[in-house]
Design a protein around this ligand. Structure first.
Ligand SMILES: [Zn+2]
Length: 349
């Protein structure tokens, strides 16, 4: 996939494309950021841009801006196709084996090869995915190469936990920080590439924290139902101040029904959905663009909730949002009783 077709990360991608055009790409790079946001996809796209036989401009060049060229892969030449199909002899991927770690042998193999000039294509690209799983000896073996990379080679370390890498490795690799994808970008990917319908995609994206990897591990039906439950509980909370009536809604928060195997999982799913809904309520009340809403398909419910929260005392949405965060912390990190957490939370909303 060429760089221009990658979802999200526009400024990073612009930076990389300009570096390719000007031949100023550093020979070692660290792609750091949350898992499942497309770091490895960008690494392969970059490998295509570097090795494409007939590169194209990423965007039509505006007049009077002739030096800001951003070259990208054509996506269809022999080199692009071979990289896409992972058959290119000079684009090498090293990733953890069945044991979950990268041992020294595959690293040695790559290092041995990088002693020779690339045969196919102009530049060898070595992608070390989940580089934080490199064993100590493997990282040490890499050090010298990262320090003096062979000409015509680019080493890309990809990691969602860069702090697990040796400081000596980190200091040799300029770091590019990838952020989470936006909810709208996630919805687009889920619908376009993974066959989700719009409603399920929205429900999943709203609680996936910008990670496609996380979104794909979630059961969209469960999440859609969890979101309905969270929305009902919030509406119940804003409709009454009576503690007894509010506590009645707490039961809904932990009702397993068909969303989860245990009370705890059911509550975690609904709290995640509730947090996302409250974030949107805050956005509606601050008159933000509705395109920024994670749950844009529930616009009428959000508008009603936002109006109810706006009628309440100052800062109520923020307090509710942070209460949900505390409830999630109690249930996931401190193993609190789901019933006690749900009761407590319903009185805070
Ligand atoms: Zn090409």
């Amino acid at each position: 996939m060429p760089l221009r077709a990658v979802t999200g990360h526009r400024s990073l991608i612009g930076l990389l494309a300009r570096a390719v055009s000007r031949d100023t790409l550093p020979p070692t790079l660290l792609f750091a950021g949350p898992e499942g946001v497309g770091k490895r996809t960008v690494a392969f796209a970059l490998a295509q841009a570097i090795n494409c036989e007939t590169p194209v401009r990423m965007q039509p060049l505006p007049k009077a801006a002739d030096d800001i060229s951003e070259l990208d892969a054509c996506g269809s030449c022999r080199s692009c196709q071979r990289i896409e199909r992972r058959l290119h002899g000079e684009v090498l991927l090293v990733e953890p084996g069945d044991t979950g770690v990268i041992r020294i042998d595959p690293v040695r193999e790559v290092l041995d090869r990088s002693g020779y000039r690339p045969f196919e294509g102009r530049t060898r690209v070595v992608i070390l995915d989940e580089a934080d799983t490199l064993m100590g000896a493997a990282q040490n073996a890499l050090l010298k190469t990262l320090e003096e990379p062979p000409s015509s080679s680019v080493f890309i370390l990809v990691s969602s936990r860069p702090e697990a890498l040796l400081p000596t490795v980190l200091s040799r690799c300029p770091r590019l920080r990838f952020g989470p994808l936006s909810a709208a970008e996630l919805v687009g990917l889920l619908v376009k590439d993974h066959g989700y319908n719009e409603t399920d995609a929205r429900a999943v994206a709203a609680t996936a924290d910008g990670s496609l990897g996380r979104a794909l591990r979630m059961n969209s039906g469960d999440l859609a139902r969890a979101r309905e439950g969270a929305s009902r509980s919030l509406q119940g909370a804003v409709a009454t101040k009576d503690p007894q009536r509010r506590l009645a809604y707490a039961k809904d928060l932990i009702a397993k029904k068909d969303v989860a195997a245990t009370d705890r999982e059911a509550l975690v799913l609904r709290l995640g959905a509730m947090r996302s809904l409250l974030r949107d309520v805050g956005l509606v009340n601050s008159r933000a663009d509705h395109a920024a809403l994670a749950n844009a398909d529930l616009e009428s419910e959000l508008t009603k909730l936002a109006a109810a929260y706006e009628r309440g005392e100052e800062g109520r949405v923020l307090r509710a949002f942070s209460a949900v965060g505390r409830a999630l912390g109690a249930i996931t990190a401190r193993n609190a009783s789901p019933k006690i957490v749900a009761d407590w939370l319903m009185l805070q909303l």
